[in-house]
Design a binder for this molecule. Structure first.
Ligand SMILES: CC(=O)SCCNC(=O)CCNC(=O)[C@H](O)C(C)(C)COP(=O)(O)OP(=O)(O)OC[C@H]1O[C@@H](n2cnc3c(N)ncnc32)[C@H](O)[C@@H]1OP(=O)(O)O
Length: 418
């Protein structure tokens, strides 16, 4: 077997893209065959210097890609994020440190560029904590048992003067980006989408060998403004006794007002033949169940961590967000060999803004950089982490105070998988 030192980890060039893509397919257990149309489409994501590969005897055996991303924080500002994706190590080369080599290289470059955080969606929970990432948002998927929802089987359209219309892929590409921009600027945990995202989701470019064209539906308010949009597919399932048993699967649903969300969910639950709606990955505190007369009809089928964050610059991360109450806290952050270690004083002013600086004062709370990421967007409680032994109080009551400062009335949510 090749020694570790002989395996070259480096940025790929464009001529190596096909080999890299084949390794990516293999690592993600997808068909290794490369279809020219898909390869050409995926080339659009190639950024020189940020697609890394590991090569053994001229064959690509590991892949890693990062790209520039904007992440919305509490209060609506955005920070520059190093988004990590396409991480694979071929089974023949696993557990020999290749991921560690690629990650170390990428995070050093991100720090050098001045990115505030790195982000990713973890395939498996145990992989990324060792690199300082912590789960910062969660997601929930519900399955709605439509006949139990208690909705009136007659007309189910909006009663607020708004309307719901089916539209085509081209309308989605035209109307979707502005709508999503409204959503993500107000939603802590959300990330930016580029034009390619809209082309992929509407099948204008093929990223996978199969693509089932969804139905697209738009909600407009009484004033005619586009406030919501959803994409869904349906299967063709009939039971005994000539009973329709169809399931609608929501690919994505964006609503910038509760009225839009309500109208879209009610529409999805009123399509004839559909007895089950799979909601896709939603915010853990989504309003959805309560749009149904019987919220128990929406049963949680998945609840899990979603966006993982690695804080690279504690001062800028804590200054970017806003705070619920005024107060101050000294945090001792452990980051073995990483850039974020040290003691910091966070001062939150009455207007919600925060300032942060390194300090030599006594610490109130001691925690790992991964746990700071878990608290940063307000999704987790410092009191809970203290009970788990992951946060240590050096001053009695500091964890409760951290919760008062950091937690938010609505939970952060990242609607995207990247
Ligand atoms: C953002 C994304 O793209 S998420 C997608 C991640 N990719 C996948 O899940 C595809 C399938 N899995 C893989 O390709 C690989 O197993 C990877 C990328 C997860 C790990 O790559 P490897 O090169 O094996 O990791 P590496 O050898 O650097 O491991 C570093 C440490 O993490 C541990 N580790 C790595 N993967 C896992 C895992 N899946 N579960 C538990 N521990 C893990 C290793 O045991 C090692 O621990 P140690 O330092 O205590 O010995």
């Amino acid at each position: 077997m090749t020694s570790r030192a002989d395996i070259d980890v480096r940025p790929i060039d464009e001529t190596e893209f096909a080999d890299w893509q084949r390794a990516l397919n293999t690592g993600f257990l997808r068909e290794p065959t490369l279809f020219q149309e898909i390869l050409d489409a995926r080339r659009a994501q190639f950024t020189p210097g940020r697609s890394l590969g590991a090569f053994d005897g001229g064959r690509c055996v590991a892949t890693f890609r990062s790209f520039a991303q904007e992440l919305t924080v509490v209060g609506g500002a955005t920070v520059a994020a190093d988004a990590v994706s396409n991480v694979t190590v071929t089974a023949t080369h696993r557990r020999r440190g290749l991921l560690t080599r690629m990650m170390t290289r990428d995070l050093a470059a991100a720090r050098e560029r001045g990115d505030v955080v790195a982000t990713l969606i973890a395939a498996e929970y145990p992989i990324y904590g060792r690199y300082g990432f912590g789960p910062a948002t969660s997601t929930t998927e519900w399955t709605i048992d439509v006949p139990r929802a208690g909705l009136d089987p007659r007309w189910a359209g909006p009663e607020d003067g708004g309307r719901v219309d089916l539209v085509d892929a081209e309308d989605v590409r035209k109307l979707g980006p502005d709508l999503h921009e409204r959503l993500r600027r107000a939603q802590p945990g959300a990330v930016g989408r580029d034009e390619l995202w809209w082309r992929i989701t509407t099948g204008a470019v093929r990223f996978h060998p199969t693509f089932q064209e969804p139905y697209y539906v738009v909600y407009r308010s009484a004033g005619g403004e586009v406030e919501g949009m959803a994409a869904y597919t349906a299967d063709d399932n009939w039971g005994d006794g000539k009973q329709p048993l169809n399931t609608a699967r929501v690919k994505w649903l964006i609503g910038v007002t509760p009225a839009a969300e309500r109208a879209l969910w009610r529409y999805l639950c009123s399509i004839d033949w559909v007895v089950r709606v799979k909601t896709g990955w939603r915010a853990p505190d989504d309003l959805l169940p309560h749009f149904l007369p019987d919220p128990r009809a929406a049963a949680v089928t998945t609840h899990a961590d979603w966006l993982w964050v690695r804080i690279l610059d504690v001062v800028r991360a804590l200054e970017a967000r806003t705070y619920q109450v005024a107060g101050s806290l000294v945090l001792e952050v452990a980051d073995a060999g990483g850039p974020a270690g040290g003691r910091y004083r966070l001062e939150a002013a009455a207007d919600g803004t925060g300032s942060c600086a390194r300090t030599a004062e006594d610490a109130d709370l001691v925690l790992d950089v991964a746990d700071l990421a878990t608290l940063w967007l307000g999704d987790e409680s410092a009191v809970r982490l203290a009970a788990l032994g992951r946060v240590r109080e050096e001053r009695a009551g500091a964890a409760r105070q951290a919760d008062a400062l950091l937690r938010t009335s609505r939970r952060p949510w990242c609607p995207d998988l990247f």
